[in-house]
Unconditional design. Structure first.
Length: 410
């Protein structure tokens, strides 16, 4: 994989030019993307800034994010050939930092649950996850050092887990959503994919203009971590649970205190209403596409919106209140713990006729808290764990993930 931090060090040392760094991504895309289908389109002659903290870094942009220099197709024939007149706020920010938005990465249609054509880089017959499938696969295949995704249920954390890369879903609205196709305005969150924790930590700190995000965890003392299986979400595969235990033991070896954590009932109730909140908002966000182009919507999304037409606003209001009660209780949980260690996915990547199951991601998206997906080394298709921290403590989630990563690699 291409490491963002390694590329920046080499550019700073003068052993790699900015043009050379971008050319590495262009050559890798040309060589590897054919069987993967992670890239929708790319800029053949990109402008490469000579200044900025991310100068020389090629970035993949999920294809629901507006780009003035490249089409934005939303993974749907409804938007075939559509060219926005302006960049999304996050793309404008990347350009201001010197980064090169080199490629649009494949997404499921409107970031829904219908599988995209992208293959898992580790096994062609398995899903790379959804809906940020192209971004995760492109980083895993060494084509891009940094890529953007979005998460409404589990669309950053789950693809990262299936593809064996690191990713962060930051605190809700830490990064701007202006210029990104909405699915659910109460849930949609921008995220980052990278080769390692240091890459996503540095990328997020620079993009968000918050240097405190990118710092080692040693100055925080020994963290107290809650080990949480989220029993209300159903069972995970045995190998996923084994990976979680391995990560917990690694955290202990690094000095952390691990305590079993069972979340109280308000969290089960919140988990159960995630889909209602999502679908009521999707019904409104995709109202034009549904009314004018229902026949062009893919099967799963089309039926999801069909069912959403009958949902009641009163039930939506109750669901939002349920979510708020759980958020208040979460403050108490994080009064006892610095972080929560839990599952990223049910197990290894399933077959490519599905994008996988977001059951272990939905609660944390609804809570708006930062989540980091960290691969756990092993045989076979990738496995990963998820580090969750209190709202606004993105640096804390990354510091705990970095500590576990270093111990697992030792």
């Amino acid at each position: 994989m291409l490491s963002l931090t390694d590329l920046l060090r080499r550019i700073e040392a003068g052993t790699l030019t900015r043009e050379g760094a971008i050319r590495r991504s262009q050559e890798a895309i040309a060589e590897r993307d054919g069987p993967l289908g992670a890239i929708v389109c790319s800029d053949p002659t990109p402008a490469i800034p000579t200044r900025g903290p991310l100068s020389g870094i090629a970035v993949g942009i999920k294809d629901i994010i507006d780009t003035a220099d490249l089409p934005t197709r939303m993974g749907s024939p409804i938007y075939a050939g559509w060219r926005p007149r302006a960049d999304a706020a996050i793309v404008a920010r990347l350009k201001a930092l010197g980064a090169v938005p080199l490629a649009k990465t494949a997404t499921t249609a409107f970031a829904g649950l219908d599988p995209a054509p992208t293959a898992n880089p580790h096994a062609a017959g398995h899903t790379p996850g959804g809906s940020s499938s192209g971004s995760a696969a492109a980083v895993a295949a060494g084509m891009l050092p940094l890529a953007l995704g979005t998460q409404t249920g589990g669309s950053v954390i789950r693809p990262a887990a299936f593809c064996g890369v690191c990713a962060i879903k930051p605190s809700f609205r830490l990064l701007p959503m202006v210029g990104i196709k909405t699915f659910s305005w109460a849930l949609d969150t921008l995220g980052l994919f990278g080769a390692g924790v240091a890459d996503i930590a540095h990328g997020l700190s620079v993009i968000a203009d918050r240097p405190e995000i990118d710092r080692p965890g040693g100055d925080r003392g020994a963290p107290r971590i809650g080990l949480c299986l989220q029993d209300f979400a159903g069972e995970a595969d045995g190998d996923a649970v084994a990976a979680l235990v391995r990560a917990a033991r690694a955290a202990e070896r690094a000095g952390a205190t691990i305590v079993d954590l069972t979340l109280p009932e308000p969290f089960a109730a919140a988990w159960a209403v995630h889909g209602l909140i999502q679908d009521v908002e999707a019904r409104q966000a995709l109202a034009w596409e549904y009314a004018a182009h229902r026949h062009l919507l893919p099967d799963v999304l089309g039926r999801q919106l069909d069912r959403a037409q009958a949902l009641r606003v009163a039930d939506y209001d109750d669901a939002r209140r349920t979510a708020r009660r759980a958020r208040r209780r979460l403050k108490d949980v994080f009064g006892e713990f610095d972080a929560i260690l839990t599952l990223s996915a049910v197990g290894r990547a399933p077959a490519s006729d599905t994008t996988g199951d977001a059951r272990f991601n939905r609660l944390w998206t609804l809570m708006g808290v930062p989540c980091v997906s960290l691969p756990v080394p092993g045989d076979g298709l990738p496995l990963a764990v998820q580090v969750v921290a209190r709202f606004g403590d993105d640096g804390g989630a990354l510091a705990v993930a970095r500590m576990i990563e270093a111990t697992l690699r030792a």
